[in-house]
Every structure is written in structure tokens, then in C-alpha cells.
Ligand binder design. Sequence first.
Ligand code: NDP
Length: 336
Amino acid sequence: MPALKWGLIGASDIAATRVIGAIRSTGGETVGVFSGSAERAREFAASNGLAGATTDLDEILAWDIDAVYISSTNDKHFDQACHALRAGKHVLCEKPLALTADQAQAMVDLAEELGLVLAANHHLPGSPLHAKVRELVDAGAIGTVLSAKIAHAVLLPERLRGWRIGGGTPGSGVILDITCHDASVLNPLLGTPVAVSAVAVNQADWNTGGQDDAAMTVIRYERSGRPPVLAQTHDSFTVGFAGTSLEVHGTAGTIEVLDAMTQDTGGQVLLTTGAGRQSIDVDCSQDLYVIAVQAFTAAVDGTGVPTATGRDGLMALKVAVAAQESALSGRTVHLN
Ligand code: NDP
């Protein structure tokens, strides 16, 4: 698999803490960074060992790069991704892909039309834990799936309490940040999301941005020839001492995944059936962002598919946007 040359769009925390390392560990080259601020671009390039720094999007797209990784704030993803695709670059875009389903659909259509790879950087669908859950469910280990539950309530680190909690940047709030990740896990597992109902609140005394920092959501899934499935998620920026988990309940058993929704490798899969409870072996040694970058690189090479395609990113966003709408209106939102 040939290594890719990457341009980074967004002088972000996630690029610095996770993705630059993941790109380099796959043999990829991080050529330089685009930022809205010249000072931030220079500082980010210096502290992350990048040769290039620019505030001109056309300049970074004119560099000798194959792909861009977009990790700007959520409101910028759509314009920057379309710009990069039109310049002939493959795009690995952070989640949420965009702010509306129409925008994300347009990104997917544009990538398809131009024959370029567009992927969403959802790190969880490629996790060996979640791959194992899909494998067990597909093999009928728990019979017919009836329901699923995700606990994804965490304490937002102080360094990330900026645009995520509001203060005027569009695309903030816990639902676009975390519920979107849950949907990236539930959609490939449960079928087609058809209805979403959510309640969201603002809880933390440090949350001066005004956006919702905790939400509970219920999603109805349908799959032909099967009973409808109910999924429930608890997403929060305000809970400091809970683990994350996924439970999937079926007519013949239950799968529990402990530490299911973290950024770090680890976790445990437990299968309970009439025969008792057993721990299922899963090799969790590989970094989740490395898995995502490797899959993206293989997709560019034509030898694989991204762990979350553009279409997967679109579907995850549809659920998140429906949850936002439902939380605002107090009504269940039905998806086409
Ligand atoms: P950051 O706040 O670190 O960066 C986002 C943007 O904010 C940057 O691109 C930068 O804009 C601007 N910025 C950064 N630092 C400053 C500063 N000190 N002052 C003013 N502006 C600043 O965001 P995150 O890294 O937390 O998130 C970026 C994206 O990645 C989001 O879309 C988020 O949803 C996603 N994400 C995904 C994760 C995953 O696991 N897949 C995990 C975490 C985030 P500029 O480029 O103009 O410099």
C-alpha cells in the first residue's frame, strides 16, 4: 500500500494528539497545515514538525499532497471538503461531516462524481470491539436483536470547553459531538434508523456557552424481515466517573462491551446466553485512529474501504440532526 502525502486542514487538538501520529505510523507524510490564523498555523507546524503552514486554502491544495485531513470546527467541514474534492484531493473529514444532511449528501455525491475517497473520521466503527459485536450478531449468537444501549457520558476535558459548548460557533453541543459517534456504531449494527426522539439539557456550572451538554436519545431501527429494534443512548460532557459501554440484547442472549466508546484501545466483550456468561477474545492492540487511517489509505489505493465511508458519515449525521430537532421540538423526528 503506498504511503499518502497529507495536508492538514485545521490546527486542532485532535490532529495534534491523535491523527498526525496515526498518519505517520502508517508511513504517511504530513506535509503542512492550513489554519485561519497565521500565528496558529506557524505554531502548530513548529510544534508538530510540519514543513508547511498557510492561511490560504488554495495554497495547501496546490502542495504536492494526495489527501487532506479536515479537523476544523464542524461549521467549516462542508466548504473545506468540497473545496478539497474539487482540487482533486481525497478527503478524510472529521465528524460530523457537516451541519446538515443535505450538505453531507452533497459531499458524498461530489466525491462519487469525481471518483475520490471521502471518509468520515469516526474512530469507533473500525474498533475490533465493535467489529466483534457485528460478527457475533451476524452469526446469530444472540438470536434476533431487540434493543441496544450506549452509555457515552464523559467529562469534557477543560482544554476542549471552547466551541463545543457554544459561544456562537455553529455546530456545537453534545449531540453533534457524541450522539453522532453513537450512531456511527449503531447504524451498521442495527439497520436503518427511522425515528429519533431526544431530550437534551444544560447541566454543568462551567457550561457558560449555553449549548446542551447532556442528552438521552431513543432511536427506532428497521431491517427487512426482522422486528423493529430500539436503541437508547446517554451522551454527556458532564459525567466524570462513569465507564462507557454498549449493550445489545437479543432473543437468545446479550452482548455487553465495556469501555466500548473510548478513544483508546482496550475494552472487553462479554456474551451471555442460556449457556452462561463468557468473555470473548478480541485483539485490541491497535490504535483506533491508525486503523481508520490505514483503511482510508487502502481505499485510496483501491484495495479496501474506509472504516466509515462518506455515506456512513451522512447516516450518522442524519441521526444526530434528527436528535437535535427532536430535543428542540419535543417531538419524535421521522427519517425518510
Ligand atoms: P479544536 O478546538 O482543537 O480545533 C478546531 C479548530 O479551532 C481548529 O481548526 C482551529 O482553527 C481552531 N482553534 C484551535 N485552537 C484554537 C485557539 N487556541 N484559539 C482559537 N481557535 C483555535 O477542536 P478539536 O480537535 O477538539 O475538534 C476538531 C474536529 O475534530 C471537530 O470536528 C470534532 O468534532 C472532531 N473530533 C473528532 C474526534 C474523533 O474521535 N473522531 C475527537 C475529537 C474531535 P484553525 O484551523 O483556523 O486554526
